[in-house]
Design a protein around this ligand. Structure first.
Ligand code: SF4
Length: 551
């Protein structure tokens, strides 16, 4: 006997055919790139199924079906017997399609129920003549005949699915925009942004979520341990502080500062819920992250291919450096608006930055760009120093840029904020399924992923520099209580770190109107959006990465 279909090919999920009939790109994202989002509609569907299973006790429900010959497997909602014949019965929360001759099944639901009909027929060796779909919002049951035409339709869909699964190219976005408005993967696929990249006059609908999915859990106290209890992360302390319970579905990241710990069980829970875990030193230096990374081979292959090409790296690096210096320049102009003396004083700094900007286009390589970036940074930090009010204590002012370790208070706050930003960018890159260790501008060095450092450049000004200068000028920092200072280094005290974390987390939650895509979203989501726009630079939909600027 020859091999069955599933001995030579991985079987297809019936639900993947549902996705295929909806949109080929959706099938590809879910089945090849293994991106699945359990959105509210999916959860609501699960609840409906759970309640139906309870209501219809005794009926054969939620049955696992598989057939190696067909190369299909899946779980049918119910199998019923009508007029002596078995039939698959599917429940849908929504409305049916309205055809010329009355209620109809949607194409994706139809293909799904046909697949179950084929599985029941092959599994029982009994004839199956139809499937039925119950649309609960309309209280309507639609009958789907399982005849020769239906069998041919199913076979053609399976063949298309197999062909797509072999492809390394992501299919184009759906022509029908209405499909995207109801698609759970729109925040990953970004169809509206693709339409905008192809047509500058297209005004994108916002299909990208505006707010963060969850909050970050910062564990600051030495000796604290994050453990697991059911679906909660529980922080236990050694100093008598009551334990702190956090439902995992309310979190998007765990940040372990200094010598706090996390158990393996808690790490498993974080992994299962796409909660990234980041480690930072007590003084706020970013160490490393753990996030989800499996199952994204095709995406990584595309990234490797693109970023192995020097011309692509140089093009992206130029866009990045231009965005960074323009952002710094705009901030200095904006913050000194109406203050002629400050503007006058920072004119040489602005000229230095403009000179660097003017040379970007003709820079022959990335080393030259790094030189221009460094020269602009000298002007920027000199200008930034002039934005600090004279009323701010002298010990908090900027003198020089220093790091590892910072030797003054300004650099201690600056460095800690950048480390927090690094975790937020790392989280976004992991969420976008990109490989953080392969960048296009920064060179690899210990403990810092080049792609994280690359993307970070876009956000230093809006997410931390502006916050830092604003908080200094509001006299929010205490030069004594917020710092620990020795001759050789300065770092933030517990109070200082808590203050910085509060400021940073508030900034992540703030919304702004993205000047390129034209809709409002939180800064946290802006980072993720930019990571996804970066990926589009090498998936055939370029043109939107690193175009955001401060207004
Ligand atoms: S958002 Fe649109 S193009 Fe993208 S997968 Fe969904 S339906 Fe297809």
């Amino acid at each position: 006997m020859g091999p069955t279909v599933s001995e030579v090919e991985t079987p297809l999920r019936v639900m993947s055919l549902h996705a295929l009939a909806y949109c080929h790109r959706l099938f590809y994202l879910e089945e090849v790139e293994e991106i699945r989002v359990a959105d509210d509609r999916v959860y609501a569907g699960r609840e409906l199924h759970a309640s139906l299973a309870a209501d219809e006790e005794g009926e054969q429900t939620q049955l696992e079906l598989a057939d190696p010959e067909l190369g299909l497997f899946g779980k049918v909602d119910a199998i019923r017997r009508r007029d002596g014949s078995l039939l698959p019965y599917e429940h849908k929360r929504g409305r049916c399609r309205r055809g010329d001759s009355g209620p109809e099944a949607w194409p994706s639901d139809r293909l799904q129920v046909l697949a179950y009909a084929a599985l029941i027929a092959s599994g029982t060796s009994q004839a199956v003549v139809e499937g039925r779909i119950r649309y609960h919002a309309d209280n309507v049951t639609v009958r789907v005949p399982f005849d020769d035409a239906a069998r041919a339709e199913l076979a053609a869909a399976i063949a298309t699915a197999r062909r797509l699964r072999e492809s390394t190219e992501r299919p184009p976005i759906a022509a029908n925009e209405r499909l995207c408005a109801r698609c759970s993967l729109a925040p990953v696929c970004l169809p509206e942004e693709v339409r905008q990249a192809e047509d500058a006059d297209h005004e994108p609908l916002r299909l990208f979520p505006p707010d963060r999915d969850g909050t970050s859990l910062h564990v600051l106290k030495p000796g604290a341990t994050v453990g697991r209890s059911g679906q909660e992360l529980v922080v236990r302390y050694t100093d008598g502080t009551p334990e702190d319970r956090n439902p995992v579905r309310e979190l998007d990241a765990v940040l372990l500062h200094g010598y706090s710990q996390i158990t393996t069980q808690a790490l498993h829970l974080c992994h299962d819920h796409d909660v990234a875990v980041h480690w930072l030193t007590t003084s706020g230096r970013y160490l490393t992250s753990a996030g989800t990374s499996a199952g994204q081979v095709q995406r990584r292959l595309r990234q490797y291919r693109a970023l192995a090409d020097e011309a692509t790296c140089l093009r992206l690096a130029k866009a990045l450096v231009r965005a960074k210096i323009e952002g710094q320049h705009r901030y200095l102009l904006r913050a000194s608006r109406g203050d002629d003396a400050a503007r006058e004083a920072m004119l040489p700094d602005l000229i230095l930055m403009r000179s660097a900007l003017a040379s970007i286009e003709s820079a022959p390589d990335r080393d030259s760009l790094r030189g221009l970036e460094g020269s602009a940074a000298v002007g920027y930090f000199r200008g930034l120093a002039k934005l600090i009010n004279p009323t701010v204590p002298e010990s908090l002012h900027y003198t020089t840029r220093n790091r590892r370790p910072p030797v003054d208070r300004f650099n201690a706050i600056l460095g800690f904020g950048y480390a927090l930003l690094q975790t937020a960018v790392a989280r976004a890159i992991l969420a976008a399924g990109l490989e953080p260790s392969l960048g296009f501008f920064h060179t690899p060095r210990s403990a810092a992923h080049p792609l994280v450092l690359d993307l970070l450049e876009l956000f230093r000004v809006p997410l931390w520099d502006m916050v830092l200068i604003g908080s200094l000028n509001r006299n929010q920092w205490d030069p004594e209580a917020d710092f620990v200072a020795t001759k050789a280094k300065v770092w933030l005290s517990d109070a200082g770190r808590a203050k910085a974390i509060g400021l940073f987390e508030s900034r992540l939650d703030e919304t702004w109107k993205h000047p390129v895509v034209g809709y409002s979203l939180s800064y946290s989501r802006t980072i993720e959006l930019e990571a996804r726009l970066l990926e589009k630079e090498w998936t055939g939909e370029p043109g939107l990465f690193a175009r955001m600027r401060l207004r």
